[in-house]
Ligand binder design. Structure first.
Ligand SMILES: NC(=O)c1ccc[n+]([C@@H]2O[C@H](COP(=O)([O-])OP(=O)(O)OC[C@H]3O[C@@H](n4cnc5c(N)ncnc54)[C@H](OP(=O)(O)O)[C@@H]3O)[C@@H](O)[C@H]2O)c1
Length: 302
């Protein structure tokens, strides 16, 4: 099959490209960086260099494809002028236009847990909007919506407080239990959807392991030689102050606090537990090895 992969050689798209090439498919990877061309070709794929903001470029790349994998790059949370909703809407609308005008009939869309919610999901509202944009495509366009849960790599966000205060702190934690996922398991699930037969509309959650925050603290703490590491719950106000002090865009900081609060009260996880997937292979203990390597390579004040 001729498959288009967006997201360059990012966390999901690199293992996804490797798996699809290995299965014998013809894969074109979209990157915004001309310097990535060689690395993409080394994997056995073709490179299409251009921006997801450019609808004419997308339409031309999508034309003739059997399936497209559509993801939206997260953007820069430190940019004080970043408008996450406008960013997702723009690229989501470009995907819809490019799918319509290229005639592609099969789409795998990377959304998120919380993509079902029209409120109380913080910055994940952007995924909800894009799900709605793609829903409007004609019925003969088959769409699988992937809703991965929290990525293990988010845990790198706690490196500074572990280094400086010896704790993890957020406005959820302790006994709060939830699903976490490796991008490698997401890539496997996306590849299954792309290469399987599908028509109509389908939603698929993706998770690797369900863990309480206390369990996460023990696994990460043990890996970095701090077996007594604890994950404390702080107030929404303390969380917001901390994120703003760390330099986050204020609207994103507010979104993250709202999202976390709804992990703590369970609302954000309700639809996941109603539609629980088979868990993937990569466990937190695997990620903890990478986490420890990064922890040990960073200076204390970073
Ligand atoms: N973190 C979580 O817990 C979580 C949970 C659920 C869903 N998600 C979603 O997962 C997605 C992130 O997936 P990921 O980690 O695989 O992505 P990623 O590693 O951030 O990769 C995105 C790649 O897209 C390329 N890119 C960036 N801007 C571009 C543009 N304007 N035009 C063309 N290409 C561009 C970049 O590569 P080049 O420099 O080569 O262009 C970048 O490496 C986001 O949509 C996020 O909301 C995250």
């Amino acid at each position: 099959m001729k498959i288009i992969v967006t997201g360059s050689l990012g966390h999901i798209s690199k293992p996804l490209t490797q798996e699809l090439v290995q299965k014998g498919h013809s894969v074109t990877v979209i990157s915004s960086n001309p310097e990535r061309k060689k690395d993409i070709e080394t994997l056995g794929a073709s490179a299409a260099i251009g921006a997801l903001e450019d609808v004419a470029f997308l339409t031309s790349v999508f034309t003739g494809a059997d399936v497209v994998y559509c993801m939206i790059p997260p953007g820069n949370y430190l940019d004080q002028d970043f408008d996450i909703v406008a960013h997702y809407n723009k690229i989501g609308n470009n995907y819809a236009q490019a799918i319509l005008h290229s005639g592609v009939k099969r789409v795998v869309h990377l959304s998120s847990i919380g993509g079902n919610m029209d409120k109380d999901n913080g910055q994940l509202i952007s995924h909800h909007h894009v799900e709605n944009i793609l829903k409007e495509l004609p019925a003969d366009v088959a769409i699988t919506t992937m809703r991965p849960t929290a990525f293990y790599y988010n845990l790198y966000g706690f490196l500074p407080s572990i280094k400086t205060q010896g704790i993890i702190a957020a406005n959820y934690g302790e006994d709060d239990k939830g699903p976490w996922v490796s991008p490698v398991d997401i890539a496997t699930a996306v590849a299954e959807e792309i290469t399987g037969t599908f028509d109509g509309r389908k939603i698929r959650y993706v998770a690797s392991e369900e863990l309480s925050c206390n369990e996460i603290a023990i696994i990460l703490g043990t890996a970095i030689g701090m077996p007594d590491l604890k994950w404390h719950i702080i107030s929404d106000e303390q969380m917001l102050d901390g994120l703003k002090t760390a330099g986050l865009n204020p609207a994103i900081a507010e979104g993250l606090v709202e999202m976390n609060a709804n992990v703590h009260n369970g609302k954000l996880l309700e639809d996941y537990y109603r539609n629980k997937p088979t868990l993937g292979k990569v466990k937190l203990s695997d990620f903890a090895k990478e986490f420890a390597a990064v922890f040990n390579s960073k200076p204390t004040n970073n």
